[in-house]
Design a protein around this ligand. Structure first.
Ligand SMILES: C[S@@+](CC[C@H](N)C(=O)[O-])C[C@H]1O[C@@H](n2cnc3c(N)ncnc32)[C@H](O)[C@@H]1O
Length: 231
């Protein structure tokens, strides 16, 4: 068994490309999707931004930034992190009677998230833009000039709810490029029902856009799945 050359800093530290991978799976079966996404971006010579909808405490942002700042040359320009920073909004529509989620779940303030990014040493590694607010307010107000004309290379949607996912998808559509990765962290929530949660939002999004195709890239645990987009 070869000794790893790279010492992981902690449990959120993805292994670099080219390193011996003991396993892509954690003990509970979760695959490190942020490294897999970074490898795709690198090998496909994509360039663009990382857009994350649903930041929570900042866990996935840390993993994504660490995985992508290792690429030589760097391919991700900026990391846009969209969240209310007050937790989930009121539940509505098909998710209104959820037993799994309630308003205010995952409430972490901007200060708490910034502290986590700093504690894990990624704040100075990357250009990070926090965009606070409930999506129905923050997305229409977002100044797209901040994208500098570049498109999204990786979109991470971890918002649990149908309405939130629909808002994120509508916003991100004009900023996608063929080959971009769309990661849906809650793909199998609501018992993988196609009529609720992120699955329903994606189904409706695709129904309205027949030119858009999604191809599965990786399933990474009981909950999440990543797709490649083409149009
Ligand atoms: C499960 S947490 C995200 C976890 C995070 N990605 C991680 O890996 O640690 C879901 C997040 O989505 C955010 N969220 C859901 N719907 C939202 C909306 N409509 N507007 C703003 N934020 C929303 C919540 O505030 C919460 O922080």
């Amino acid at each position: 068994m070869p000794q790893p050359r790279y010492q992981r800093r902690d449990e959120l530290d993805p292994l670099p490309y080219g390193e011996e991978w003991p396993s892509l799976r954690s003990a509970w079966g979760r695959v490190d999707i942020h490294s897999l996404a970074a490898f795709w971006v690198q090998e496909s010579h994509l360039e663009g931004h990382y857009l994350e909808f649903g930041v929570g405490a900042g866990r996935s942002a840390v993993a994504a930034i660490r995985a992508n700042v290792r690429l030589e040359p760097r391919r991700i320009h900026r990391y846009f992190l969209f969240d209310s920073f007050q937790g989930l909004p009121a539940l509505a529509g098909p998710d209104a009677d959820s037993k799994q989620f309630k308003p205010g779940d995952f409430a972490f303030s901007v200060d708490e998230v910034v502290a986590k990014l700093e504690r894990h040493g990624v704040a100075e590694d990357a250009e990070i833009v926090l965009v606070p607010g409930y999506f129905d307010q923050s997305l229409p107000r977002f100044d797209v000039a901040q994208l500098g004309g570049a498109r999204a290379a990786i979109v991470h949607i971890d918002v649990d709810l149908h309405a939130s996912c629909a808002e994120a998808l509508a916003f991100v559509t004009p900023h996608l490029q063929p080959g971009a990765i769309l990661i849906f962290d809650d793909w199998n929530c609501f018992a993988a029902s196609n009529d609720r949660g992120e699955r329903r939002a994606v189904r409706e999004w695709l129904e309205r856009r027949p030119q858009v195709r999604l191809e599965s890239y990786a399933k990474y645990g009981w909950h999440g799945e990543a797709f490649l987009v083409d149009f």
